[in-house]
Ligand binder design. Structure first.
Ligand code: NAP
Length: 498
């Protein structure tokens, strides 16, 4: 085993090594804040060959943000040049790449480097991170920004590997395969499917959308920003800030409709969605099939102007018969129909990475994170786990929003981590470790609230674990989370001196 790369922790602790795992929004945002604080002893580990996370991996036709771009970008790196209200994936990736260049983060990046194990050395107060090529890096603080929706989930459908045509997942789009004039099937009707379907419908000969559950869809009202608007936003940054604030507070205002188990409130949103359905689809029988049978908000709300309208096209079929089997020629449904296909797109979502440790992580006393999370993933304010000192998770348990930009949460977490790092540096601490009691109290409150939330009201979604518990979403307003989480409170942590 070699130990190249990171400097050894210094005597005075001032410039100790910091490891960031993952070069998506969370990792890049943390790196920028470290740079701004004059801290340069950090390394970003990324298993892929480029930065970007979600926005590197998802390149399917139509892939775009479903949160307005002025909110889905860092408040500390506002972008007046977004070309449209909801930027496409390539533009978001370009934004992140631009930040890497602007903040000169390239020298800090270790691409193609996967961390496969992490082990805390209590005497040294450092984490030993082992990479896939058996190198070991030592860091005093680790910021894990590995994301929760990363690895494609393949559906457990009989015969899936026997398909004779092209088969790929939305997050692994095969751009070498030309879908023009082909018979294409899409399995799934989630956030990825609603973007793919209208984008490829005009291009393919025949599109069959296999729907297991209908989804609530709201109008997106996407539009391009004119050159005038972009110039005005660039010239008057206060306008950009106001635009961001207005969009953010609108989403918060609508929040209770989306996250509370309050049928009267969500009923208003349901009415809006049904009006959108009526405006998009004439045929009442088709509308019936596209109408969800669960409460608005129970699954992630989809945002699209043209998804429902796609089914009005002659070459697009909505298949609601359950899938029996995938055969070499296509998809066989339970009514005995064989839907012959040249390509099958799996818009079937992701294996939820939040439920388990992303790789074996061993904290104090050699205890593994998976062991600590046997009854579900929990973390104090979604970031710190008792027994795992100086390890901070971004976008961790119970920090996902159902109604607004995830980056509002991420920015608060980055602030918390920055304050923790400053505290460790200032006081020459070996480590800080969240107290079990603080973690338990916090999570008790979070889980108590869950019974008022819509997510357990009778639908099946990635939000819920197998036992029906919710360790994914934050049950409340983002503003409230920010107020709780952005400050690092040393009193909630054991502080161990060198
Ligand atoms: P998803 O929401 O988990 O949807 C997966 C779809 O596949 C569902 O419709 C599901 O049906 C269906 N499915 C899964 N297994 C199946 C099977 N065996 N047979 C038939 N159908 C099956 O996945 P996603 O659309 O990729 O979205 C995942 C998350 O990624 C979103 O919730 C969102 O957080 C994020 N995302 C964001 C954006 C954005 O614009 N920002 C875009 C895409 C994704 P059921 O509904 O019946 O389970």
């Amino acid at each position: 085993m070699s130990e190249p790369g990171l400097p050894k922790p210094t005597q005075n602790q001032r410039e100790f090594p910091i490891a960031i795992i993952g070069a998506g929004f969370a990792g890049i945002g943390t790196a920028i804040q470290l740079r701004k604080s004059g801290i340069n002893s950090f390394t970003i580990f990324e298993r892929a060959d480029e930065i970007g996370g979600t926005w590197r991996d998802n390149t399917y036709p139509g892939c775009a943000c479903d949160v307005p771009s002025h909110v889905y970008s860092f408040s500390f790196e506002p972008n007046p040049n977004w070309s449209r209200a909801f930027a496409e994936a390539g533009e978001i990736q370009a934004y992140l790449m631009g930040l890497v260049d602007k903040w000169k983060l390239r020298p800090h990046l270790r691409l193609n480097t996967e961390i496969v194990e992490a082990r805390f050395d209590e005497d040294a107060g450092t984490w030993a991170l082992t990479t896939d090529d058996d190198a070991v890096f030592r860091a005093r603080v680790v910021v894990s920004g590995v994301g929760g929706l990363v690895d494609p989930a393949l559906p457990d459908i009989k015969g899936i590997h026997s398909f004779g045509g092209e088969l790929f997942h939305t997050a692994r789009w095969n751009h070498d395969f030309d879908i023009t004039g082909k018979r294409v099937g899409v399995i799934g009707t989630g956030a990825s499917a609603v973007q793919v379907v209208p984008s490829i419908a005009p291009q393919v000969e025949q599109l069959s959308v296999f729907q297991r559950s209908a989804a609530w869809v709201m109008p997106k009202r996407d539009h391009r920003y004119s050159e005038d608007t972009k110039q005005r936003l660039a010239r008057f940054p206060v306008l950009l800030r106001l635009s961001r604030l207005a969009k953010y507070w609108l989403s918060e205002l609508m929040g209770p409709m989306v996250f509370l188990d309050a049928p009267r409130l969500s009923g208003l949103a349901q009415k809006m969605s049904l009006a959108h359905l009526r405006a998009s689809v004439d045929d009442p029988a088709l509308r019936e099939k596209l109408t969800p049978d669960f409460q608005f908000g129970c699954k992630r709300i989809l945002i699209s102007d043209d998804y429902w309208a796609s089914f009005e096209r002659d070459n697009v079929d909505l298949v609601t018969e359950p899938i029996e089997e995938i055969m070499p020629e296509g998809v066989l449904t339970r009514d005995g129909t064989l839907h012959e296909l040249d390509a099958l797109v799996l818009a079937t979502g992701f294996a939820l990475g939040l439920a388990n440790a992303p790789f074996p992580i061993f904290g104090l006393g050699g205890r593994s994170l998976d062991d600590s999370w046997q009854e579900g993933a929990v973390a104090y304010k979604g970031m710190s786990v008792a027994g795992f000192p100086n390890w901070f998770i971004l976008m961790g348990p119970n920090t996902g929003p159902g109604h607004t930009s995830v980056l509002v949460f991420t920015e608060a977490q980055i602030q918390h981590v920055m304050q923790a790092i400053r505290k460790i540096r200032r006081d020459g601490l070996k480590y800080v470790s969240v107290q079990q009691q603080a973690q338990d109290d916090y999570n008790e409150k979070i889980q108590k609230r869950m019974k008022y939330m819509v997510w357990s009201s009778g639908c099946h979604s990635w939000y819920l674990s197998d036992d029906g518990s919710n360790h994914s979403l934050y049950p409340g307003f983002a503003a409230e989370y920010v107020a709780r989480a952005q400050r690092f409170n040393p009193a909630d942590y054991d502080r161990v001196r060198s």
